[in-house]
Design a protein around this ligand. Structure first.
Ligand code: HEM
Length: 390
């Protein structure tokens, strides 16, 4: 079956899950024909097992395709590398993102940043948790870790959004990419002369086979880390808050029993993966679920769909605690599995706990429309109007 036999994604609702559910049953690997824009045929993988297999088999399904789209805006990036080169570059920063390295950041950086944001809203009794908290908090954390001054985070957030959405608006994406580099250049030069305890210093002092990293590699890393760290966790936190606020009984249960927070986070990541798709290219003729994939064809792995697969999860479309299977593909799997997943989980855990501690009787504002999680490539609510006691 080909894409023409399936209903098209509905851009008026921004809700792809019903289509993906149908694809998993009727056409788990969707074949779409090339177009004037891209003459290659494409294949879209929607079931959990096929998605997992595709992401793990990096030799057959290469990440190098990321250099063609997101790489245009980010530059030389690990997301587009493979094999030993990928391992070498990933290892340069991996130590900073290990679970054991994060404890220091929690106390020194994550906890003070979330409290600072809540200080601004706590006396008011009402807020928009997206505008006031979630859209600011992860970008502040990643900017501080990288070594960008806190006051410049709103600018970084805007560039991160524009780089991420560059495929939809190329001039804007390219301008954001240039502006981010121009902004970072004096900081990079400063760290070359005055090393500090931050990631820019790690990158400018790092050597591979006795050679320092080229500027292209340094800015490629930074242009990936800032959007990857900012745009994803921000939406996941909005999705977790939406799940709880629209289920007041569950919100009360979790507020009273914080040991449920890790499960809230994993179930939210599964239910509404903030990154819904990843891209690969077949390096050779291959097959997925009986469908022949010619070498050179792009393969889209729909993480969001895999995470709802009825073959693995009962009532996969529902958000519910107490599931038998809680593992998911929200952070991908295989060699490119999210480098920031421990940081993301830490930010979500600390952020949700502080919100529940400091905003008593938290509830949706009944005078405003109910929140909606929307989007295709990235999903989250655009607004979360709430009331709480002061
Ligand atoms: C809830 C939040 C997050 C989600 C859902 C998420 C999702 C993902 C996914 C699905 C991938 C794999 C892409 C692929 O296989 O092609 C990935 C890779 C990556 N993520 Fe995240 N991410 C999150 C948070 C973060 C954070 C906080 C950072 C901060 C540094 C980060 C940095 C990265 C990097 C550098 C990669 C590329 C790894 C590589 O190519 O080896 N992510 N992320």
């Amino acid at each position: 079956m080909s894409e023409t036999d399936l209903p098209q994604l509905d851009f008026s609702t921004m809700q792809p899950y019903p289509i993906w559910e149908r694809a998993r049953t009727e056409c788990p690997v969707i074949h779409s024909h090339g177009s004037d824009l891209d003459p290659r045929d494409g294949y879209t993988v929607t079931r959990f097992g096929d998605a997992e297999h595709t992401l793990r088999d990096w030799e057959t399904f290469s990440s190098s395709i990321n250099a063609d789209h997101i790489g245009k805006f980010m530059g030389d990036l690990i997301l587009a590398m493979n094999g030993p080169e990928h391992r070498q570059y990933r290892n340069l920063v991996a130590h900073a993102f290990r679970a054991s390295a994060l404890e220091r950041w929690d106390a020194d950086l994550v906890v003070p940043l979330i409290h600072g944001l809540i200080d601004d809203i706590a006396p008011k009794g009402q807020a928009d948790l997206v505008a006031d908290v979630t859209s600011k908090y992860p970008v502040q954390v990643i900017c501080r870790i990288v070594g960008v001054p806190l006051e410049d985070t709103p600018q970084f957030h805007q560039w991160a959004e524009e780089i991420n959405l560059g495929v939809l608006d190329e001039p804007k994406g390219m301008a954001a990419s240039r502006n981010m580099r121009a902004y970072l250049e004096p900081i990079v030069e400063d760290r070359r002369k005055n090393p500090q305890d931050d990631l820019i210093t790690d990158l400018v002092t790092a050597e591979i086979d006795g050679e320092k990293l080229t500027d292209e590699k340094i800015y490629g890393f930074l242009r990936l880390l800032l959007p990857a760290g900012a745009e994803t966790t921000f939406r996941t936190m909005g999705n977790a808050l939406t799940a709880l606020l629209t289920r007041p009984d569950e919100l009360a249960r979790v507020t009273a029993d914080r040991s449920l927070i890790p499960e809230v986070i994993e179930e939210t990541l599964r239910w509404e993966s903030s990154v819904t798709t990843t891209s690969r290219i077949a390096t050779t003729d291959a097959e997925i679920a009986g469908v022949a994939i010619p070498g050179g064809c792009p393969v889209t792995v729909v993480i969001g769909s895999a995470n709802h697969d009825a073959g693995r999860y009962d009532d996969g479309e529902e958000w519910k605690l107490g599931r038998k299977t809680q593992t998911h593909l929200a952070f991908g799997t295989g060699p490119h599995q999210c480098l920031g997943m421990h940081l993301a989980r830490l930010e979500l855990r600390t952020g949700l706990n502080v919100i529940l501690d400091r905003l008593p009787n938290l509830r949706l504002d009944p005078s405003r429309p109910a929140p909606v999680i929307e989007g295709f490539a990235f999903r989250g609510p655009t607004t979360l109007p709430v009331l709480f006691d002061v």
